[in-house]
Write a protein that binds this ligand. Sequence first.
Ligand SMILES: [Mg+2]
Length: 240
Amino acid sequence: MIKYIAFDADDTLWENEPYFRETEKRFVEMLAPNSAYDTTELKELLYDYIVENVPAYGYGTRSLMLSLVGFCNQYATCNVSEMIESTIKLGQEQLSKPVVLLPDVEKTLKSLSQNYELLLITKGDLKEQNRKIVESGLTPSFKHVRVLEEKDEASYLNFFQELGIEMSEVVMVGNSYKSDILPIEALGGHAIFIPYKSTWAFESAPKKDSKRIFERGSIAEVPILISSIQYDQKNVPHKL
Ligand SMILES: [Mg+2]
């Protein structure tokens, strides 16, 4: 029986990804005239550079800033000190972006919280994620809020075991197939994939055919879908 609905935060409850792409775009445009590469080449090189740094730097704006500074140092053909200063400013701007809730988030959480316990599970930089969680004003909707370093099977299992939650009681809702959907399904939970208009290529993964994975176009469709999952679970014939 479903008792817990877990939500991803970035690009599921509020906008995030466009801020990263915008900062990267501005950075590449700033660097291109002072490098041996054009903006398209720099964009590709930067993607690889950032992904290579994920194991050491993790996720979030401050990690991005570190990668941009390192990248600048490696690819700029001019004196980099001024450029590094501008790069840090780009990151600081991104850190102070407002939290903009996605459509129907508030009413959906309100509706679901009448029948289920809601959990918020996000990953990344603790300070940055906590600032967004507080600013979102959504904290009262959630029974538990957790910022993980990584969203993989081991970290989810640790989280749910700590709370004494069985995976068969969980539905996870998120925009990252790799981080929100596949690990939860692998652990025995249900997952609802809600693609966002832009998703970091690093977070995409091949789709899996599973009776416990669903895809919907909007968070507003989640309550009715969960009711039908609940109905199907109740009506599964008992094994003899
Ligand atoms: Mg997300």
